[in-house]
Design a protein around this ligand. Structure first.
Ligand code: CO8
Length: 258
């Protein structure tokens, strides 16, 4: 049997996904994304999983979409098949939090895939960039949309138009990544963060993720109302009662819905 393009592993309540095309620096072919989407949907549906970590190899999280595969495509090929729709698009419907643990290159579609996750934790050797312009194209999976929201219009323009890479320190300063850690501690740190999230009450985790994502979509007043309604809804859960009782009793909460 051939090696999977995405390896999966369960660590406690965390689902670990590892892109597995190291020789091509994890270039993201449609086949890789199909396997990734399927694996993520599996973890999303699994009651024993509360959060996920997506990672690549030490040298590359992913060096972008598969240039060899794309090279000969015409407009009609990509338009008719809606390239970057389908399983690509479906990643944003994953409800449980996904942490991207990025070591090495996260370029083009690789940077966009990391941005499609909920948190990016970077190793100190990580390098982010949107070099598509050097190939005569532009980013196609959020590089012109998520990147400016994350790092400002000026820096997004700089990265997308010049194709330069930024290192982990600059990415953290710009707000793209939440933490930078020594490369040797990347997986431990990402898995710990995911385990912490997975220990919380799942309804509040999902609602918090949805509310933060909502802040990217609409107006502040709509977002405030969306947040308030979700906050209200959580008072219908046993876990709200348990979480607050545990605080008052000075003990750890035993959440029922995880
Ligand atoms: N596609 C296909 N193969 C790749 C890719 C890629 N994106 N990146 C690297 N490879 C392959 C190389 O061809 C090489 O294969 P081989 O050994 O058979 O010759 C192998 O991986 C190792 O690569 P290098 O020898 O080039 O390794 P270096 O250490 O010299 O360089 C770099 C590393 C700087 C990362 C270099 O490989 C590079 O510049 N790669 C391309 C980066 C790039 O341009 N990415 C953007 C791609 S376009 C894109 O992502 C469009 C986005 C649209 C949305 C997609 C949503 C996911």
């Amino acid at each position: 049997m051939s090696e999977p393009l995405v390896k999966t592993e369960v660590r406690g309540r965390v689902g670990l996904l590892t892109l597995n095309r190291p020789k091509a620096l994890n270039a993201l072919s449609n086949e890789v994304i199909d396997e990734l989407a399927q694996a993520m949907r599996g973890f999303d549906a699994d009651e024993n999983i509360g959060a996920m970590v997506l990672t690549g190899s030490e040298k590359a999280f992913a060096a972008g979409a598969d240039i060899g595969a794309m090279q000969g495509w015409t407009f009609m090929d990509v338009y008719k098949k809606d390239y970057l729709g389908g399983n690509w698009e479906s990643l944003k419907r994953i409800r449980k939090p996904v942490i991207a643990a990025v070591s090495g290159y996260a370029l083009g579609g690789g940077c966009e895939l990391a941005m499609a996750c909920d948190i990016i934790i970077a190793a100190d050797n990580a390098r982010f960039g949107q070099p598509e312009i050097k190939l005569g194209v532009i980013p196609g999976f959020g590089g012109t949309q998520r990147l400016p929201r994350a790092v400002s219009k000026a820096k997004a323009m700089d990265l997308v138009l010049t194709a330069r890479m930024m290192d982990a320190e600059e990415a953290e300063r710009a707000g793209l990544v939440s933490r930078v850690v020594p490369a040797s501690r990347l997986m431990e740190e990402a898995l710990d963060a995911a385990a912490t999230i997975a220990s919380m009450s799942l309804p509040s985790v999902i609602m918090a993720k949805e509310c933060i994502n909502q802040s990217y979509e609409g107006s502040l007043s709509d977002g405030m109302m969306y947040e308030r309604r979700n906050f209200h809804a959580l008072f219908s859960t046993e876990d709200q009662k348990e979480g607050m009782a545990a605080f008052m009793d000075k003990r750890k909460p035993e959440f029922k819905h995880r």
